[in-house]
Design a protein. Sequence first.
Length: 58
Amino acid sequence: MPLLMCPNDNAPMTTVDRSGVQFDMCPTCRGVWLDRGELEKLMQAAVDESTAARPAAA
């Protein structure tokens, strides 16, 4: 049994791992549930990824 049910459509939420951060997502409506600090971790991972993808200045 899932730990969380989606408040939008009452579907069981699944755990998703992105950039080493685990959060809950509804596979039906694609809504997400973030615990404390997870949004900041996801935003930092996006910044780190864009910095790594940027070409080095010549």
